[in-house]
Design a protein around this ligand. Structure first.
Ligand SMILES: Nc1ncnc2c1ncn2[C@@H]1O[C@H](COP(=O)(O)OP(=O)(O)OP(=O)(O)O)[C@@H](O)[C@H]1O
Ligand SMILES: [Mg+2]
Length: 208
């Protein structure tokens, strides 16, 4: 992936397997978010191909179908409640109904009946709502770019449990985090982005 004269991604040949949690680590500006955006179809790589569920992104499909994501700060309509925001987003694909959305909001530690508009949400509350949005349609692939941003200790523990539960449901999860603890607790395989190259630095599935 090249922006102007900056080559951000160079050698990223990787096969992410079903049912695993992959940790993507690396310095600020190393290309973790760019990689995730490419996988989601938000950026078209200048070279190379990306396949999700055997479909080439940008060719067979514009965006992967069965994917949930939170990338950087989630955007919501500020003048509406959290529930209303998720209902509007859910109405695009019509995969989930209201009770399931309410249930998901509870799972991330928010109250679905909260009357506050999102403009009055704290950073952590907004982040929780973003996680709820990512998982509400029960996608089999999750792209979570620094999902713990702004969460308090209890929130981090709650979302750790939630992610481990999703792994038990055999979801494929790509997660970036600057917290070693998040990576240690959650990830089966840890990949480091460095100099535009992605390489495996830990594979617990092969450790005893
Ligand atoms: N749309 C864009 N246009 C030009 N350059 C971009 C664009 N998006 C990202 N970049 C550049 O790509 C590089 C990688 O950015 P990226 O956001 O992927 O880093 P990151 O690994 O996610 O860092 P962080 O840990 O800070 O989140 C940076 O140098 C950034 O400036
Ligand atoms: Mg990033």
């Amino acid at each position: 992936m090249v922006f102007g004269d900056e080559q951000v991604l160079n050698d990223v040949s990787w096969e992410f397997e079903e049912g695993r949690i992959y940790g993507i680590v690396g310095n600020n500006g190393s290309g973790k978010t760019v990689l995730m955006k490419c996988i989601c179809g938000f950026l078209i790589p200048t070279r190379g191909k990306i396949f999700v569920d055997y479909k080439q992104i940008g060719k067979d499909v514009d965006f992967p179908e069965d994917i949930g994501l939170i990338i950087e700060t989630p955007g919501f309509l500020p003048g509406l409640t959290g529930l209303k925001n998720l209902e509007i987003l859910a109405s695009l694909r019509k995969k989930v109904v209201r009770p399931a959305i309410r249930d998901t909001i509870r799972k991330v530690g928010l109250d679905p009946d909260l009357k506050k508009n999102v403009s009055k949400y704290s950073l952590g509350m907004r982040q929780r709502l973003g996680i709820a949005q990512a998982i509400m349609e029960d996608p089999s692939i999750l792209i979570l770019d620094e999902p713990f941003n702004g969460l308090d200790k209890k929130g981090v523990a709650q979302i750790h449990q939630l992610i481990l539960e999703l792994k038990r449901q055999h979801k494929t999860i790509l997660l970036s985090s600057h917290s070693q603890n998040d990576i240690d607790v959650l990830c089966d395989i840890v990949c480091e982005m460095d100099g535009g190259t992605l390489r495996c630095i830990r594979d617990r599935s092969r450790e005893g």
